[in-house]
Design a protein. Structure first.
Length: 249
């Protein structure tokens, strides 16, 4: 079969269709969005909620969003800079802060929907794998007569590697009482060979013990590097052993 090259003449350019603007700008993955937004026709006008996590250099945003023909609508939102009300005003993008932001959103949303007393979540997180999917719904549907609020994780353009901070926000939201289908193999402490989760390792990340360990190492080995990396902590008199206490509160 002979090879024919594309002749870019007038007829070609008249039929050329540009991609969506946000695809051209590299802001939206429409392959992913289409699957997160499309709802089953048998569910009529029921919204399909997404748990959206977006991180900047200095802040983290968690939102529960649903799509409409006129654009996305935000049902509830929480930001890591709001953690200052609870005593955490530094390190707002680390793993522990992402977990706390997801937890804040979950409790805030359930309070708005008057479901906070029916789905209390976990009062003291221990890093263990919490319920998901059908087991999650069956366990919590019986005592209250209601199923938990269900949404789907929207990570945007972030690479879903093991230990990524988007999954810290997910873990916080699930521990706070939301039903987000997920798997434990993206949490820190997952052993691929044994296919098991080390809950102690995940708990240490949730309470910022890895940050405290790094802070302590820099103080012992390189004071100048510690001043550069943790200068605001030093200025406020926060010691390494104080960091887990801040998040436990």
């Amino acid at each position: 079969m002979p090879f024919f090259g594309v002749v870019k003449n007038k007829a070609y350019f008249k039929r050329f269709q540009v991609k969506f603007k946000r695809r051209r700008e590299g802001k939206t993955d429409y392959f992913q969005r289409r699957r997160l937004v499309i709802q089953d026709k048998t569910k009529y006008n029921s919204p399909k909620y997404r748990f959206v996590v977006r991180r900047t250099n200095s802040d983290l945003a968690c939102q529960v969003v649903y799509a409409t023909p006129t654009g996305d609508q935000v049902l509830m939102a929480a930001y890591s800079h709001e953690l200052a009300r609870y005593g955490v005003d530094l390190g707002l993008t680390n793993y522990a802060a992402c977990y706390a932001t997801g937890l804040l959103l979950a409790r805030r949303l359930l309070n708005k929907l008057k479901l906070d007393t029916k789905f209390e979540g976990i009062s003291r997180p221990d890093g263990s794998y919490f319920c998901s999917g059908d087991d999650y719904e069956d366990r919590w549907a019986r005592p209250s007569g209601r199923k938990p609020f269900k949404c789907f994780l929207d990570v945007g353009l972030v690479r879903t590697t093991t230990g990524a901070r988007v999954f810290a926000a997910l873990k916080g939201a699930v521990d706070g009482g939301l039903n987000i289908p997920h798997n434990e193999n993206r949490f820190p402490g997952w052993n691929k060979e044994q296919e098991s989760l080390d809950s102690a390792s995940l708990r240490s990340r949730i309470f910022g013990e890895h940050v405290a360990a790094y802070y302590r190492t820099l103080l012992d080995s390189d004071r100048e590097a510690a001043q550069k990396q943790f200068g605001r902590f030093i200025a406020k008199g926060i010691q390494p052993e104080d960091i887990p206490t801040l998040f436990e509160k």
